[in-house]
Design a protein around this ligand. Structure first.
Ligand SMILES: [Zn+2]
Length: 178
C-alpha cells in the first residue's frame, strides 16, 4: 500500500528551472525516480499495456528496464498481438526515417522484438534459427514439469513463451513481405 502511494507521487511531473543565466529560464522535466534531481529525458512505459510513460534519467531508465518483467501477465497471444499493433503503428514512421539501409538491430526490429530478444538472452542481430534454439533451451529449463511448485520458473516459462511468440510472428510477417 505504501508502495502504491509512492508510485502515485512519481507520476506527478517535477520541473526545475534550467540554464537560467540572465535569460528566460527554460524548464526541464526531472527524473521520476524518487529523490533524483537529474534531467528525465528517457521515457519508459509505466506498465506493459499502458501508453503512459515515466520519464527517467539514463541510469534510472536502465535500472527500471532491468527490473521490469516486460512480458509479465501477458499470454503468448497477447504479447504477439501487442507487438503486431506496434509494428503497424511504427511502419509508417520507419519508412520515412533513415532506417531503410540500417542493419539488424538498428530499427529493423520493433521495440517489442528487442525486448523479446532480451528476454531470451539474445543479441539484437540474432537470426530466427538462433531464436528458436534459445527458446527451446529455455522452455526446457523452465518447464513446469521439471520445476514443480517453482513460481519463478513458471513466470520465466511464460515470459519465454511470450517472447518467442513475438519473434515468431515477426518472422512470419517478414516472410510474407519478402
Ligand atoms: Zn534519475
Amino acid at each position: 500500500m505504501a508502495r502504491q502511494q509512492r508510485s502515485d507521487d512519481w507520476g506527478f511531473p517535477r520541473w526545475r528551472p534550467y540554464g537560467a543565466k540572465g535569460r528566460a529560464a527554460a524548464r526541464v522535466r526531472l527524473c521520476d525516480r524518487e529523490g533524483c534531481d537529474e534531467v528525465g529525458d528517457r521515457p519508459a512505459p509505466k506498465a506493459p499495456n499502458s501508453p503512459e510513460r515515466w520519464m527517467f534519467c539514463e541510469p534510472h531508465a536502465a535500472e527500471y528496464n532491468r527490473n521490469w518483467n516486460y512480458f509479465a501477465g501477458l499470454t503468448a497471444e497477447e504479447a504477439a498481438r501487442r507487438a503486431a499493433d506496434e509494428e503497424a503503428g511504427a511502419s509508417a514512421f520507419r519508412k520515412s526515417a533513415h532506417y531503410q539501409w540500417a542493419g539488424p538491430g538498428d530499427g529493423s526490429r520493433s521495440r517489442d522484438e528487442m525486448r523479446a530478444l532480451d528476454a531470451l538472452g539474445l543479441d539484437t542481430d540474432a537470426d530466427f534459427a538462433t531464436v528458436r534454439a534459445a527458446y527451446r533451451a529455455l522452455a526446457k529449463q523452465y518447464h513446469p514439469d521439471t520445476n514443480k511448485d517453482d513460481e519463478d520458473a513458471a513466470t520465466r516459462f511464460q515470459q519465454v513463451q511470450a517472447a518467442y511468440e513475438v519473434l515468431r510472428k515477426a518472422e512470419e510477417r517478414k516472410s510474407f513481405k519478402a
